[in-house]
Design a protein around this ligand. Structure first.
Ligand SMILES: [Zn+2]
Length: 179
């Protein structure tokens, strides 16, 4: 699941560079010295989501506690071109289309609703922490919107997804044990 997520981040990063109009290629990186703090912030909120999931799901889900922080932080791999000195659009994988694509791939390959909910939780958790602009329909459309007004809603949705994932996992395990 984490691998699928990472691959789709890279594909969207590449598509962003290839498909965005020149005028939209204004993506940059934050100042180097602030990167560790931002990644730590993302990782910690991701970990909180992971802990909420495991708290509901039970001990059998414990190895998955790291999946949310990893995926929450990993979304920022879409800043890679700018980091390497290439022009790129702002946050090409911070996109609702990205979310739909990852969810579709996870749903068809892993076929477990709780895993989809974990992906959604990690993605929304990331958008809850970020500030500034993002292109919600990248790589189809690179109109930029301000993220900040949605931070709290995204955060609440991320928490609800983590809780829902825990409930689904729990009932899946109970069913498994019953058969
Ligand atoms: Zn980000």
């Amino acid at each position: 699941m984490v691998l699928i997520y990472a691959l789709v981040v890279l594909v969207f990063t590449l598509l962003g560079v290839l498909l965005s109009p020149l005028a939209a290629q204004v993506g940059g990186t934050r100042p180097d010295e602030t990167i560790p703090a931002h990644v730590a912030e993302l990782g910690l909120f991701g970990l909180l989501l992971g802990i909420m999931f495991v708290a509901i799901a039970g001990r059998s889900a414990l190895p998955l506690v790291v999946a949310t922080p990893i995926m929450t932080a990993l979304l920022d791999a879409d800043h890679l071109p700018a980091y390497l000195g290439y022009a790129q659009p702002i946050r090409p994988a911070h996109s609702l289309i990205f979310l739909v694509v990852v969810l579709a791939i996870v749903a068809t390959t892993i076929k477990a609703l709780d895993m989809d909910l974990i992906v959604m939780s990690a993605f929304l958790g990331h958008l809850a922490i970020d500030s500034g602009q993002f292109a919600p329909f990248s790589p189809v459309n690179f109109s930029y919107f301000q993220l900040d007004p949605f931070n709290i809603s995204f955060g609440v949705c991320a928490l609800l997804c983590a809780l829902a994932a825990g409930l689904v996992w729990r009932s899946r395990m109970a069913q498994g044990a019953g058969t």
